[in-house]
Ligand binder design. Structure first.
Ligand SMILES: NC(=O)c1ccc[n+]([C@@H]2O[C@H](COP(=O)([O-])OP(=O)(O)OC[C@H]3O[C@@H](n4cnc5c(N)ncnc54)[C@H](OP(=O)(O)O)[C@@H]3O)[C@@H](O)[C@H]2O)c1
Length: 263
């Protein structure tokens, strides 16, 4: 995610390469990033944090505590911390760093190609200039939406953060069904991906509600009606509602430090 952010910031000319410093523990990865982006790289996170206006935390949740501990007390009040770490609450980051100017972001996987949807919030200690800079950084990952309460981050985790997983599963199911009909897998892949891409672009451009678009193509006794009957009979809507609610509940409990329940 951090690499995607650097890539987006440089390709959109939002920052100069020498204005970016990355803290990275592995020597081979440091050489790779330095060669690719000509940015400043260090193995010392505190050194990376020292000169920056915005410090982005982009480590796996299990590495967060040690990274926070290594940076505790190193930040000035006017520096801002932006965390994209899934499930990490502002209160935990604030306590771990002994710092109050924090932005918490929930991005999603398409951010890796600059097509992400990030939902974010900030603490009151984030100033106007820092806020605007944070927004520019997030625009390097795609679209962004600011919310004024951290509770929306758990909801966004269930909808946009986890959302690509649902879409990938639907893609996979449609591709397998097309193969079952007799299409070669690469043809099935093309038919499904182009159908999904085109349908989304059409829905967004037309501005019509999805139900209206669906009704427009559902002729009496036709193929869409036959397929929709089976999807409704299989409780597709209820399954989606339950899945998104389950992801929301899991996001809340992970943020509270609870272990996932045994299945
Ligand atoms: N991927 C997504 O679509 C997505 C979506 C929403 C949220 N997020 C959140 O974004 C964060 C990053 O995810 P990711 O998918 O980009 O993970 P990732 O590819 O594993 O990146 C984590 C990076 O942290 C580095 N790292 C490990 N320990 C470190 C330390 N002590 N100091 C500095 N850097 C350290 C790793 O370096 P090495 O490569 O050398 O190990 C790696 O480059 C996660 O917290 C995740 O929850 C990701």
């Amino acid at each position: 995610m951090c690499e995607a952010m650097v890539q987006g910031l440089l390709s959109k000319k939002l920052l100069h390469n020498k204005s970016i410093t990355v803290g990275e523990p592995r020597p081979e990865r440091r050489s790779e990033l330095k060669q690719k982006f000509k940015i400043n790289i260090t193995s010392n996170n505190a050194e990376a944090a020292e000169a920056c206006k915005i410090l982005v935390l982009s480590v796996k949740p299990q590495d967060l505590d040690s990274v926070l501990a290594s940076l505790k007390g190193e930040l000035q009040p006017e520096q801002m911390v932006m965390s994209i770490v899934a499930g990490a609450r502002i209160s935990a980051i604030s306590k771990g760093l002994a710092h109050n100017a924090i932005a918490r972001v929930m991005p999603n996987t398409p951010a890796q190609i600059g097509e992400g949807m990030s939902v974010w919030t900030t603490t009151p200690k984030v100033g106007k200039e820092q806020f605007n800079q944070a927004r520019i950084i997030l625009q390097a990952l795609g679209k962004e939406l600011y919310v004024n309460d951290e509770k929306f981050l758990d909801m966004a985790t269930a909808v946009s953060g986890t959302g690509p997983t649902y879409v990938f599963l639907v893609m996979e199911a449609m591709i397998d069904a097309a193969v079952h009909l007799g299409f070669a897998r690469h043809i099935a892949y093309q038919l499904v991906t182009e159908t999904i891409r085109g349908s989304i672009m059409y829905a967004m451009k037309s501005g019509k509600h999805p139900a209206e678009l669906r009704n427009m193509v559902t002729s009496p006794g036709g193929t869409s009606a036959a397929a929709l009957y089976e999807l409704e009979k299989g409780s597709l809507r209820t399954v989606f509602a339950r899945a998104i609610w389950a992801a929301y509940e899991r996001s809340k409990s992970l943020g509270e430090g609870k272990e996932p329940p045994a299945i």
